[in-house]
Design a protein around this ligand. Structure first.
Ligand code: AMP
Length: 213
């Protein structure tokens, strides 16, 4: 099964994609993570997109489509979860073509619905484990008191450079302007599965499982 998780920044796409990858042996393809890795390792492309990402704007379609194309060549185990891709109509068209070319189908597009106020609260409180990427939230899921990641025992936690109110405003605008039209696009194709993204992580995971099974 190949699925897309779509929703505004902070909707919980990454968290839910990790759960699906773990429980269903699927492969999480997060263009945000790929771009952050490219920056970290100082590749030419990583350096090129750094300022765009920090400002909260979208990097070019060409770059992200290239990243996804590379990943679709490999083994897909229980299927792919596209997390944060596609984000524009051009990316959605390119994904459709790539899936066709590689003999895959798109089975569902899960739209995670969360209102803007909750997004700001989530994003400004968010941190991740530097080793395994587990996501924490100062209010709802704080880093354990012993300072060790509950999942891997790592002791380094990071906040994303673009998780501040100013970048977030731009990221939300980019979402409503360029990404939200994809909801109509996938609705018209009959693939859309809206899910309430507010609530406990496990509750949302159950709602997603229900629309997929
Ligand atoms: P994310 O981790 O999905 O929130 O992505 C972080 C940032 O990476 C975004 O704000 C964009 O600058 C960039 N990015 C990630 N995925 C895409 C995409 N599919 N298209 C364009 N830019 C992207």
């Amino acid at each position: 099964m190949n699925i897309i998780l779509i929703g505004p920044p902070g909707a919980g796409k990454g968290t839910q994609a990790r759960i699906l990858a773990f429980t269903r042996n699927m492969i999480q393809l997060s263009t945000g993570d790929m771009l952050r890795d490219a920056r970290q390792s100082g590749t030419e492309m990583g350096n090129k997109v750094a300022a765009v990402m920090d400002a909260g704007e979208l990097v070019t379609d060409e770059i992200v489509i290239g990243l996804i194309e590379e990943k679709l060549q490999g083994d897909n185990a229980g299927g792919f979860i596209f997390d944060g891709f596609p984000r524009t109509l051009a990316q959605a068209d390119a994904l459709g073509e790539l899936l066709n070319k590689t003999g895959h189908t798109l089975d569902a597009v899960v739209e995670m619905r969360v209102d803007d106020e909750a997004l700001v609260a989530r994003i400004t409180a968010r941190s991740t484990c530097g080793d395994c990427g587990e996501v924490y939230n100062d209010q709802t899921k704080p880093i354990p008191e012993d300072g060790k990641c509950a999942k891997c025992g790592g002791t380094e936690f990071k906040r994303r450079a673009d998780d501040n109110e100013e970048s977030l405003r731009t990221r939300l605008m980019e979402y409503y302007k360029k990404t939200s039209p994809l909801i109509g696009y996938y609705h018209a194709k009959g693939d859309l599965r809206p899910v309430d993204g507010l609530g406990e992580i496990d509750e949302v995971a159950v709602r997603i499982a229900k629309v997929l099974d």
